[in-house]
Design a protein around this ligand. Sequence first.
Ligand SMILES: NC(=O)C1=CN([C@@H]2O[C@H](COP(=O)(O)OP(=O)(O)OC[C@H]3O[C@@H](n4cnc5c(N)ncnc54)[C@H](OP(=O)(O)O)[C@@H]3O)[C@@H](O)[C@H]2O)C=CC1
Ligand SMILES: Nc1nc2c(ncn2[C@@H]2O[C@H](COP(=O)(O)O)[C@@H](O)[C@H]2O)c(=O)[nH]1
Length: 325
Amino acid sequence: MQVFDYEDIQLIPNKCIVDSRSECDTSIQFGPKTFKIPVVPANMQTILDENLAEKLAENGYFYIMHRFEPEKRIGFIKHMQEKNLFTSISVGIKQAEFDFIDQLKAENLKPDYITIDVAHGHSDRVIKMIKYIKTVIPESFLIAGNVGTPEAVRELENAGADATKVGIGPGKVCITKLKTGFGTGGWQLAAIRLCGKAASKPIIADGGVRNDGDIAKSIRFGASMVMIGSLLAGHKESPGEVIEKDGKKYKAYFGSASQYQKGEYKNVEGKRMLVPYKGEIQKTLTEMQQDLQSSISYAGGKDLNSLRKVDYVIVKNSIYNGDVY
Ligand SMILES: NC(=O)C1=CN([C@@H]2O[C@H](COP(=O)(O)OP(=O)(O)OC[C@H]3O[C@@H](n4cnc5c(N)ncnc54)[C@H](OP(=O)(O)O)[C@@H]3O)[C@@H](O)[C@H]2O)C=CC1
Ligand SMILES: Nc1nc2c(ncn2[C@@H]2O[C@H](COP(=O)(O)O)[C@@H](O)[C@H]2O)c(=O)[nH]1
């Protein structure tokens, strides 16, 4: 099996067909809606809260609300619907989450998107939840994850998932690889390629993106959407207070399976780090869009599809020579 990660790949340019990068269209249809860029902030408590979700929805970006304050979800859905904004929430797989699906049904609330968010998505419990949601609220576009193999993608799709989320352990605050020996950490882009080839529905590349160019690479290897944590952490709108240390400003970013999320040190597979404060998130999202427009122009096209077939070379761990900024 050929394995590589983001830093090992360079895409090969084709002849340009636009006069300006502004002509390049970065929009993506994902499920029932179309978004400005194929990027979604990670559904984690230090990445997004209700206010940021609202801002993203208002401005044409995809979001997936996290599931770590379960009691807020019904109110959040109602609030977004009152504002005519799309609704996108996460669920787990414990019994209380089946009851939550029943509650949604009883209140006639049909989120536009539901994401099943667990560490090891290739399991009978996840398949049971997929089938349950698809029976009770078939109108919702259902994303299931996380997985790291073509077999898992196929099995979750066959169970009824409308999209799958790929990435076990490549995240910046993940320690799954170290704690368990398993995952796609270190070869996430190759895993996206394998899963993308097996998929008959969209996949979300989740974790390991360290530079804007990695978004184009994810699309090249089969992703429809790219989930990003660390690059979108540390903004003014990110949940949490600004922390001052040695005269510099930071915000905290911690794993959903860290002790900081769980409130206890049990089955910990995540850590906490401080991310330099970055100001407004819109600036980062705009830069991502501009960089992606540039990527499309290098691909020799006018939209994201042009990225999907570009040639590439594997330059194992060498592209950062003299190139870090
Ligand atoms: N993308 C990634 O690489 C990873 C992401 N995460 C994130 O951390 C959060 C917490 O995830 P998770 O622990 O699944 O959620 P939960 O704590 O809600 O656990 C869900 C259920 O699955 C069980 N479970 C968890 N892990 C496993 C496993 N490896 N094998 C069998 N059963 C398991 C849990 O039981 P019990 O705890 O008793 O085993 C629990 O009953 C999620 O947001 C997830 O996305 C976590 C790790 C890896
Ligand atoms: N192994 C773990 N993975 C986690 C945890 N919390 C979140 N995540 C995953 O990381 C990505 C974000 O990755 P990044 O490289 O962009 O920062 C996120 O979407 C989850 O899939 C965790 O505690 N352990």
